[in-house]
Design a protein around this ligand. Sequence first.
Ligand SMILES: [Zn+2]
Length: 104
Amino acid sequence: MSVISTRCKEVFFRKHLRDHFQCSRSAVKDGYCKQHHPESRKALAIKNEARYNANILKRASTTDVRLAELEKANDALEAENAALKAELEAERRRASYSLRKFKK
Ligand SMILES: [Zn+2]
């Protein structure tokens, strides 16, 4: 048995060296090392996707909480504004009534 056949059969290209290299780990299953076995890669891909989705959900919920806070603050300001407008209108009506009485 040659040395190569006991090594992982994964071959990758090193761009900066412009050459192909074979994985230096020893083959443990189906000619692949633990990292490069298709099953391990599939499991890793599933794990990464789950982490990616969890991060998206986390970020989305953070945004939702902020949005809810802003909407609540906005509602409070709108209610305050409506109350002030009503007060202003009442004051204007009272003022014009007093002026009318004063002119007579
Ligand atoms: Zn390998």
